[in-house]
Design a protein around this ligand. Sequence first.
Ligand code: NI
Length: 193
Amino acid sequence: MFAIVWSGPSRAQETGKRRSAAELMDVLMWNREPVGGPFILTDQTGRQRTDTGFRGKLVLVYFGFTFCPDICPTDLQEIARAIDKLGPAGEQIQPIFITLDPERDTAEHLAGYVPLFHPRLIGLTGSAQAVRQAADAYKVFYEKVETGKGEYTVDHTAYVYLMDRSGRYLGFFPPNTSAERMLTIIRPHLDMP
Ligand code: NI
């Protein structure tokens, strides 16, 4: 049920006092610390968004970056598929993509990316510090890894977080969770007619 997976090169270098991927995994796995919290970021239209703006919806939060070749697109597709499978009840869910690569993932860049997955997917970016703060709150490990010639990729944990209507953390799905599997967990939280 749980998987230790992050996309990009697997050999991340530990930096300074940052917590390691393994440590953050441990925190999440055993619910050792609260997950989630306040953030102030900018969406793909340039509008400022905070966590409190999503109250009243079930929120699926995903951290990644648009240049991610593999895991991010797959997981975002499954999130979108889960929402669409619900039909009108899917409106109760707000999907959010928070970039871990704000340097390249500007609001403008996100505007060309998020609609590829779902018309209601919100892409969020911000300053390096604002993104780091949001990622820390969700116990997300990420790290820039140089790939040569001035290029880089971003090593990152890839979980889908489910938050309730009051912003409280309900749990996470590991990478590569299917839409069907997500729905078995999400359905009991939906108001069904
Ligand atoms: Ni990724």
